[in-house]
Design a protein around this ligand. Structure first.
Ligand SMILES: CC(C)(COP(=O)(O)OP(=O)(O)OC[C@H]1O[C@@H](n2cnc3c(N)ncnc32)[C@H](O)[C@@H]1OP(=O)(O)O)[C@@H](O)C(=O)NCCC(=O)NCCS
Length: 141
């Protein structure tokens, strides 16, 4: 990763910038508190962000890198940083339309039928047979 890029925990002041970045890709971060996010900063600007939540199970909730900064290892560094911030984590899930990125970070695609058991919105979804989101899992121990 470019040395000018710095990964750190997000602060409340970062949330609006994170929201704008996520909206580039139509990613909704409504209800996710600032302390769940990590950000990638370059030249004083937020160029990447991701959130890990751990309410019922650990999950990469969202991740995005600014279009001008993609393909430089920032997304992978954010994933590794977020995982390192959760103590005693033994696995993590991600629900995503970008499975190749997660595969390259070591995740393995799981049976999609698990979606309805893990996520309430999937359980209630009546178009799940047409869903293009993959469920990825990384085992850490
Ligand atoms: C997914 C995303 C965060 C990856 O960030 P990034 O900084 O570009 O990722 P990296 O540079 O760490 O990429 C690591 C590897 O994954 C690959 N990769 C990255 N994004 C990819 C994608 N969307 N599809 C396929 N491969 C991808 C890279 O080519 C790279 O491969 P390599 O190691 O063989 O060179 C970024 O592409 C993005 O913001 N996408 C739009 C939002 C999104 O889809 N988020 C995920 C769902 S929540």
């Amino acid at each position: 990763m470019n040395p000018e890029v710095h990964i750190r925990d997000a602060s409340a002041e970062d949330l609006e910038h994170i929201r704008i970045l996520m909206s580039t890709y139509f990613l909704d971060i409504e209800g996710v508190p600032a302390d769940r996010f990590a950000v990638a900063e370059a030249k004083g600007r937020i160029v990447g962000a991701g959130a890990i939540v751990n309410d019922t199970f650990p999950e990469i909730h969202s991740i995005a890198v600014h279009p001008n900064y993609r393909g430089r290892g920032i997304g992978t560094s954010l994933v590794n940083y977020m995982i390192s911030r959760i103590p005693d984590i033994s696995y993590v899930y991600a629900r995503t339309a970008s499975p190749v990125f997660f595969e390259k970070a070591g995740f393995v695609e799981t049976d999609p039928s698990i979606k309805a058991r893990l996520w309430d919105d999937c359980a209630e979804c009546d178009i799940s047979n047409r869903c293009r989101q993959s469920v990825m899992r990384l085992d850490l121990k």
